[in-house]
Design a protein around this ligand. Structure first.
Ligand code: SF4
Length: 172
């Protein structure tokens, strides 16, 4: 049930930053870019588990920033949990270390991904900027095409209302 996210124009928010770390959630954004660009979700032989359409988007974002003289880096995390909304403490610690020296973290993910990054970086001078906006929830038919391509057929967006509520914690 991936969220459908669309890139936001954040140039105003990054205008005075000389360095930006792109913090990328590898779950919903790749599905969003693959369906938006009518591109394969995976080509396992060519790109492994990465989604080419999403990798292209990250490259385009970096190039646009670097053309304006901004130093960029990319941080993403697959193991032990890819979804940024439920990262482990170890993954949060790794981001804190990686973000050192960057003025801003550009989050490619949803509002919950932004919450994770903002919480991790709250005691640093690195500001958190959300780079994607929620459009809805994707519904599609996952299809394997021989020899190594996975596509998302007949995608539709299911609209969703954004609402935040606290839930009881298992660790409380
Ligand atoms: S953080 Fe957001 S974009 Fe990433 S997996 Fe969770 S819901 Fe999807």
């Amino acid at each position: 049930m991936p969220l459908h996210l669309e890139p936001l124009n954040v140039s105003d928010q990054l205008q005075i930053c000389e360095s930006v770390l792109i913090v990328s959630c590898p779950v919903c954004p790749p599905v969003s870019l693959a369906t938006d660009r009518a591109a394969p979700f995976k080509n396992l032989l060519k790109n492994g588990i990465k989604t080419a359409a999403y990798e292209d988007f990250i490259c385009e974002t970096r190039e646009a920033l670097e053309q304006s003289g901004v130093r960029t880096g990319v941080f993403t995390s697959y193991m032990p949990c890819a979804a940024m909304c439920i990262w482990t403490q170890g993954q949060r610690n790794r981001l804190l270390k990686r973000a050192k020296g960057f003025e801003a973290a550009l989050v490619m993910g949803c509002e919950s991904a932004r919450c994770t990054v903002q919480e991790v970086l709250k005691d640093t001078g690195c500001k958190t900027v959300l780079g994607m906006g929620l459009i809805g929830i994707t519904n599609a038919t996952l299809k394997f095409r021989f020899p190594s391509t996975i596509t998302l057929e007949d995608p539709v967006r299911v609209t969703a209302n954004e609402k935040v509520a606290n839930l009881p914690s298992a660790g409380a």
